[in-house]
Design a protein around this ligand. Sequence first.
Ligand code: AMP
Ligand code: MG
Length: 318
Amino acid sequence: MPVIKATTKNIRKAAALLREGGVVAFPTETVYGLGADGTDPGACARIFEIKGRPRFDPLILHECSAARAGKLFSRVPAPARRLMRRFWPGPLTLVLPKSAAIPDIVTSGLRTVAVRVPANPVARALIKAAGRPVAAPSANRFGRLSPTTAAHVRRQLGEGPDLILDGGRTSIGVESTIITFRSGRPVLLRPGGLPLEDIEAVAGKASAPEPGGDKNPAAPGCLKKHYAPKVRLRIIAGPEGIKPSRRAAYLAFSKRPAGRWKASAVLSPSGDLREAAASLFAALHRLERCGAAVIYAERVPARGLGRAIMDRLKRASA
Ligand code: AMP
Ligand code: MG
């Protein structure tokens, strides 16, 4: 399973692999995706195997244009259409009634499908060259930290994918925001790379999904425990009352902690939530590997991309 640079030639090679039923890891602006032909049930089955992902957790289909993406839905409410026009390409996934042609394995048998148009130029060129929707969840083992570099993918999935396209570090760094609609109103299924404030300005106030619990969740894969590093993670308000220790790691929002730690990371020295989101997973990957017994992670303000960061930290600590 070679890691190759995402050159024009290699993107073409990857697209050919996708058309033959292969599985290719590639960069998007959110995190690295593990892609397969979204019209080929056998190819999609390999995604579940490589990730160790349960079959009840549906995949997101990626398209190269809003026009093509819209064809994957059978019905699009007006505010959803406004979101598509305003935010595609970008880190927004819409869950709407699916068109008949989509295989059941993609949607885990649901009547709705999740669709996104990524903005990353490598992702778009790859999907365009493949000439079909590409099913792609994050390129990590199920439940573990998401990958924001090709090296993260390699470390978790090893020989699994047929190819890993290296397009450098992803720019947004957290997964897409997932929105569905109920009675014409937006429902937030997962906070992510597109701030909720931006979505609400276009589609109106969003509600939380009706709680279904982990047995029957509104967004099936969004389990309480997810995005988890291998070591325990504890969310804290700040360094006050936490004793520095050579056996613990510290994940700070903007200010490097005092004292001696096994390792520490600062998400954004200037306190910028976008920058913090972009560095989140890389910092967690590093801290989980430093040999500490516990990671202390500071809360960040729960606005803008801070919502997605807090969501990931809470699931990592569950
Ligand atoms: P990932 O591709 O790993 O970012 O995860 C995709 C997530 O999208 C899944 O875990 C689900 O939570 C959500 N999702 C995908 N399809 C649907 C759907 N039809 N209905 C609700 N949520 C969905
Ligand atoms: Mg994922």
